[in-house]
Design a protein around this ligand. Structure first.
Ligand SMILES: Cc1cc2nc3c(=O)[nH]c(=O)nc-3n(C[C@H](O)[C@H](O)[C@H](O)COP(=O)(O)OP(=O)(O)OC[C@H]3O[C@@H](n4cnc5c(N)ncnc54)[C@H](O)[C@@H]3O)c2cc1C
Length: 474
């Protein structure tokens, strides 16, 4: 069975890698991967600048989600996996121009200790009283989907939306709490509300249960984030090294897809090619356009997935230049503070193997759903904004020895209310078109491990079809 993979980010590469594994295990599959850019990896990209490793896109992945770790083990690079320096993990929130440490009793915006909650400078007294009252929140059956902001406001008030929910989510989804679906983004919160009512009570119960399991089994906590010594690019390079170079079509944008008897016809500037099956690993809007004359409903649902754009700016300093900075991983900035920066990471503290001892890397995030206008600025204007805001917040005045700006146009899928139903409908329609599969960050999770999982599942589905000789006409 000949399979076309459209898109060569980590989702498409994962599909190609697992098809290669299936082929080696005897499945009658071959593939071609089409990528419009002149390099593979999509938003996953690391630069080597001097003796520093600089991430343009993702800098790590969540350790607890297994698919990226598994892939690294299969690729033989597990020995190069590194964990975040969690003993130095302090994240600050900018509140009225001052950096306030986010306490460790705050579990993803839910307070789990009474006295420290009363004493923290992170919240006003009215929010603290609301947090206390939250313990009495009655259980609520799962109802209509709502936004994260709506749910968090019901429990803790609008200050927690502004100071915690928004900044935490803009780091992960490049979106804001007022437009992301709580069921898609924080399904645990929905479950906790259904079972306990109070999120504080539920978190405490979960924490006690975890502590008991950890004690009984003698688990050592794993680092929260993992990455690779050579940067995230190392994963891309290791995957590509396992693929057949003849199967990789760089600088080849697929412009059209047409169903034909027993398969698909793909049109690129280099000509027309025929395949038995197709795996889309592009942003949803690209698949939506190409599938418009294949299935109107599928195309419509794909077209409804919104995306936000983001910018990362990395500045290289001498370590001594950062004496005015507080220790820790970096800080998040609520929208109400009025800055253009959304967050800053002190990369040299967060990860080993990123900068030598005398150098420092500061990475800043801009853009997201609420500031798409920032993408219209020139690199020089963006750098000026970042340097001015860094000076104001951290006191850094030194000239960096390098600055690099990376722009990611409409790359982060937004899981808006109704997203899960949309994805379910897409899954149902795809059951009727078995020689078409979808992978990517809008499908089953935004992060790198979930993208790898979607690529793997698409490859396994195609291999099963090929084995069963079931390629069904579209
Ligand atoms: C700035 C930033 C920071 C992030 N940080 C993290 C993080 O720390 N941890 C984490 O887990 N996740 C993070 N993410 C999310 C994660 O990196 C992405 O969700 C994931 O890498 C997306 O991979 P993908 O292959 O689905 O999409 P992409 O990487 O967007 O790849 C899609 C590919 O399709 C190609 N393409 C599009 N149209 C066509 C066409 N017509 N023909 C051929 N090719 C086409 C594109 O050129 C692109 O290469 C971050 C994302 C960004 C942008």
């Amino acid at each position: 069975m000949r399979i076309a993979i459209i898109g060569g980010g980590i989702s498409g590469l994962s599909a190609a890698y697992y098809l290669e594994q299936e082929r080696a295990a005897g499945a009658p599959v071959e593939y071609s991967l089409f990528e419009s850019a002149d390099r593979l990896g999509g938003v996953m990209f690391s630069d080597k600048i001097g003796d520093c490793v600089v991430e343009g896109g993702p800098d790590s992945f969540l350790t607890e989600k297994p698919w990226a770790n598994q892939l690294c083990a299969e690729l033989g690079i597990a020995g190069d996996l590194i964990g975040s320096n969690d003993s130095q993990r302090i994240t600050y929130i900018l509140v009225k121009g001052r950096l306030i440490p986010m306490p460790d009793w705050l579990m993803f915006m839910v307070p789990t200790k009474l006295i420290p909650t009363a004493l923290t400078r992170l919240f006003s007294w009215s929010t603290k009283f609301k947090m206390l009252g939250e313990l009495l929140h009655p259980p609520r059956p799962v109802g209509k989907d709502e936004t994260v902001a709506q749910m968090v406001e019901r429990h803790f008030g609008s200050e927690v939306v502004d100071r915690l929910a928004d900044p935490l989510l803009s780091g992960v989804y490049g979106g804001d709490a007022a437009s992301l679906s709580v069921r898609a983004v924080l399904p645990k919160f929905v479950e906790m509300e259904e079972n306990y009512g109070s999120l504080c009570k539920a978190m405490l119960a979960g924490r006690r249960k975890m502590a008991a399991i950890t004690k009984a089994k003698g688990y050592k906590p794993k680092p929260l984030f993992s990455s690779l010594k050579g940067g995230m690019q190392q994963m891309i390079d290791a995957v590509v090294a396992r693929l057949n170079p003849q199967s990789l079509r760089l600088s080849t944008e697929v412009s059209k897809l047409a169903p034909m008897a027993g398969g698909w016809e793909l049109i690129t500037p280099r000509g027309t090619e025929q395949f038995d099956a197709v795996i889309f690993a592009t942003p949803a809007r690209i698949a939506s356009t190409m599938l418009a004359n294949v299935d109107a409903e599928l195309s419509e649902d794909l077209g409804k997935v919104e995306y936000s754009s983001s910018i990362t700016v990395t500045l290289g300093y001498q370590r001594d230049d950062l004496k005015s900075c507080l220790p820790g991983f970096g800080f998040l900035i609520p929208r109400s503070e009025g800055t253009r920066m959304l967050a800053t990471t002190f990369v040299h503290t967060k990860f080993p193997f990123r900068a030598p001892d005398n150098k420092a890397l500061v990475r800043c995030f801009l853009g997201g759903a609420n500031d798409q206008g920032v993408l219209k600025l020139t690199d020089e204007e963006i750098i000026a904004v970042v340097r001015q805001e860094l000076k104001q917040i951290t006191g850094i005045t030194a000239d960096p020895w390098f600055v690099k700006v990376y722009r990611w146009d409409r790359s982060m899928a937004q899981y808006t209310p109704g997203h899960l139903e949309r994805i379910e409908r897409i899954g149902e329609i795809l059951k009727e078109i078995p020689n078409l599969s979808i992978a990517g960050n809008f499908y089953k999770g935004i992060g790198v491990p979930d993208c790898i999982r979607t690529g793997k599942e698409a490859a396994q589905h195609m291999a099963t079809l090929a084995r069963e000789g079931q390629a069904v006409k579209p």
